[in-house]
Design a protein around this ligand. Sequence first.
Ligand code: AMP
Length: 420
Amino acid sequence: MTFEDLKLLKNIQQALADEGYKNPTPIQEQAIPIILEGTDLVGCAQTGTGKTAAFAIPILNSLHHIVGSSKKVKHIRTLVVTPTRELALQIGESFETYGKYTNIRQLTIFGGVNQVPQTDQLRKGVDILIATPGRLLDLHKQGFINLDHLHTLVLDEADQMLDMGFINDVKKIIKLTPNNRQTLLFSATMPVAIRELADTFLNKPKYVSVAPISSTAENVKQEVYFVDKGDKRKLLYHLIRNENLSNVLVFSRTKHGADNVVKALKKNGVNAEAIHGDKSQNARQRVLEGFKNKEVSVLVATDIAARGIDIESLPYVINFDLPNIPETYVHRIGRTGRAGNSGLAISFCAKDEQPYLKDIEKLIRMKIKVIDGHPYPYGSGEEAEKPDAEKKPDLRNKKKTGQGNSRKSEASKQNKKRWY
Ligand code: AMP
């Protein structure tokens, strides 16, 4: 199937051609005709499948017929609600890209920044509003937003909105919109609460589903390194330097951990930055831009901050910590190997993370390749647990002589000096 087969407007087809899109992705093939005919839709698809374009393209196509000339008074006709600022900005960019040859005006609003530029734009009038729930309700309460003319409501990353505690806000928002609206709900997973939301607020929706959560992209190579916690930063630096990795997205379980990794890498001359919830919106934006322009070569992120980050052809993802929820692993490595490009997903697994690894392998129904022969195997660092007497006779012998042990601790001290 080609985009021409979907009978889209020429000016939208041109914008897609400018982007180098040749064929619709599976979610686009399924969702675009349904959205164009005005039917409600539940889309089970995760980031990386082309789901943003799957709703943005038909919405722009339909709006172009309504909005036509730019002289008409503008009303909000489409509202996209999404959980994070980063996602909101990316969706806004997508609408701008695909709608660049139309007169459709769009605005992205989110909290944590001054509201005045946002309210100025709202006063001028917009056709499409992309918003995070809190700021949307806030500006609505202040009288800046009128949703009476809404045609289409998009609830994006619904499961994430649920996880982040936005479900009541989402219900409030739905109630502010006209009953005869078209509703599109996208979610990577379909927990009961999301099904209930769809049953309550959608009108005879059609269901489309691509890439179930348990599947990992075939073009992503997956590797695991067994390494003690205290050696992870050294191993990361070793890989970045020796394998000459750049454009690397590193996942850390905690904000504090992300900052520490960045500090250590910076000390060693690697241009690394962290992105997480404690950073101001402007700082996050700057870092993301720097990473996209390749000025920042390593981006260290927490899961929430990284959710939805859309960077084309991201070659490497490193799980500095393994996630305790196996689905998160699939989300994380979904950042690489997109749109036909190959990717490498490396995971660091400390001893206490081995149960997580087992859960992940069960979910993805495959064994991840273990990389042996790296410089920091279990038991090689200063803070390592006592080597297992049965399994590691060589280390046990060194210990007996005392000499090997002191050499080892000298090397560790040097490593420490470099690293802290
Ligand atoms: P998303 O799932 O919306 O985050 O999109 C993932 C990536 O796929 C984005 O970088 C899009 O620009 C890209 N993309 C979306 N649709 C297509 C397409 N039909 N052909 C090639 N790339 C696409």
